[in-house]
Design a protein around this ligand. Structure first.
Ligand code: TRP
Length: 377
């Protein structure tokens, strides 16, 4: 079967398996996160987040620079973001949960950008009012993850344009149309706002340096599809006198229906939203999660299942079962046929629902905390 893989900020398609991620690393020119780097991180964090040890965060740009500076006493800041084009699904949470861990372990500031301008300009079906509403909803999911209000600064592009715009035009002046065409696949028919946008996404990578009037290293945890923006930013920022931002890349959480396929926001059955009820979660997982199990119980008991292509297993591995011992037992029992597909799925459903119960509670509490997190300019 042909598997045409494409990963850009504006299109993700194809089946992303380990081979494809390796190929992407070559194509993007990015480094794998190896044991030596993990050891070096662990010196500061004491433990290693399972998303690192299990390769969910699997590659990077210039992590050595971040750690060299940190060890010299020059702390970095974190930067990540969200394009508010819809509700938040659990796939969005992966890099944010990891970012929260980094913030806690390194005790550093985080700048979180909501690109309402981007989603308005790129999505023909969205009006600015809708994007504003989605921005407010998405912010609740972000705050619910437990970021430190004293160290977290949420910026919304249209709200903080007074601060962002003068910096963005400095970036934009150094980017040609021909570069954005090559990087994002734009054409002469692309609207001019979209062509400009990458300059806005570059700004938080050096804004803290502008505000502090001294250069501060920047580390950006992100889903790998966002890397192209920062290839441009890494080229431009040194020309403006700032450091190149460093990056850590995550893989995507698979959509429910096809292993390694994208979690599509246009197909509610391939996705779990942070606002789903326990019944909705159970129904979707039991009915739609692609299984590496056998067709009948007898066959499964005899031949065993294949965790490597099983979406329920991947979701436990990437997100919902942080305990390595428990995960290994599930892996081995599934492979041997001792654990059935229905049992595996049911285990996952309970894990997701326990997570969402807490998350939804914190999401409610977040409504009163928003103001503490918003960057005021
Ligand atoms: N463009 C991203 C999106 O569509 C949002 C974003 C802005 C972002 N700044 C970022 C993502 C920095 C990762 C890192 O979701």
């Amino acid at each position: 079967m042909e598997n045409e893989v494409k990963v850009t900020p504006y299109e993700v398609k194809g089946i992303l398996d380990d081979e494809e991620y390796k190929r992407l690393m070559k194509e993007f020119g990015i480094q794998g996160i190896n044991q030596a780097l993990l050891n070096r991180i662990k010196k500061h964090t004491k433990d290693i987040h399972f998303m690192l040890s299990r390769g969910v965060f699997f590659s990077h740009r210039d992590m050595d620079f971040i750690l060299n500076e940190y060890e010299k006493g020059n702390k970095f800041f974190l930067y990540t973001g969200r394009g508010p084009s819809g509700g938040t699904h659990i796939g969005h949470l992966l890099p944010w949960i990891f970012t929260q861990w980094l913030q806690e372990k390194f005790k550093v500031d985080l700048w979180f950008q909501l690109t309402d301008d981007e989603k308005f300009m790129f999505r023909q079906d969205l009006e600015l009012d809708q994007v504003k509403k989605l921005t407010e909803e998405n912010i609740l999911d972000i705050i619910a993850l437990g970021f430190d209000p004293k160290k977290t600064h949420i910026i919304v592009d249209t709200k903080n344009s007074k601060t962002l715009y003068p910096e963005a035009i400095k970036v934009a002046k150094k980017i040609t149309f021909s570069t954005t065409k090559a990087v994002f696949g734009f054409t002469n028919e692309t609207n001019v706002g979209s062509i400009f946008f990458t300059a806005m996404q570059a700004v938080p990578a050096f804004l803290p340096s502008v505000l502090a009037k001294k250069n501060i290293p920047c580390l950006i945890p992100l889903g790998i599809d966002q890397d192209p923006h920062f290839r441009i930013a890494r080229d431009v920022l040194p020309k403006l006198g700032y450091y190149k931002p460093s990056i850590m890349h995550s893989k995507f959480l698979s959509g429910l229906k096809v292993y390694g396929g994208k979690m599509s926001t246009s197909d509610p059955d391939s996705t779990i939203w942070t606002t789903d009820t326990p019944e909705e979660v159970r129904k979707k997982i039991m009915k739609h999660a692609f299984s590496g199990g056998q067709a009948s119980i007898e066959e499964h008991r005899k031949k065993g299942g294949n965790p490597d292509i099983d979406v329920a297993y991947q979701w436990l591995n990437y997100f919902f079962e942080p305990d390595d011992k428990k995960l290994k037992k599930i892996h081995d029992d599934y492979k041997s046929g001792k654990l059935l597909t229905g049992e595996l799925k049911s285990y996952l459903v309970d894990k997701i629902n326990a997570f969402l119960k807490e998350h939804q509670k914190k999401r409610e509490l977040a409504k009163k905390q928003v103001d503490k997190f918003m960057f005021k300019d």
